[in-house]
Design a protein around this ligand. Structure first.
Ligand SMILES: [Ca+2]
Ligand SMILES: [Ca+2]
Length: 96
């Protein structure tokens, strides 16, 4: 089990990924992060840079979903996120 300290860290991490603040991480959050990034970098839709960045950001969502979306409803809740981190840390301890 994760310590309270780690749980707080995980909550902070999750909140930073939950771009629209609706309490779950979903594809939309990654899309919004991408939109913000594309604006900041002045990437134009249709350019290789824009498409490349989009693919890159969405692959982040794919990894997160595969790792953490236990019930496969395309939303990662805090509990699911916590479970995924717990699993990762436990796995790491097995391999070390
Ligand atoms: Ca969200
Ligand atoms: Ca879920």
């Amino acid at each position: 089990m994760l310590s309270e300290f780690r749980k707080r860290k995980v909550k902070g991490l999750m909140e930073s990924m939950d771009f629209d603040g609706n309490g779950v991480i979903e594809k939309d959050d990654f899309e919004k992060v991408f939109q913000r990034m594309a604006e900041n970098l002045q990437l134009l839709p249709g350019t290789p840079e824009y498409e490349g960045m989009h693919t890159f950001i969405l692959s982040g969502w794919d990894s997160t979903r595969q790792l953490a979306d236990a019930n496969n409803d395309q939303q990662v809740t805090y509990e699911e996120f916590l479970g995924a981190v717990d699993t990762l840390i436990n796995n790491r301890e097995i391999f070390e």
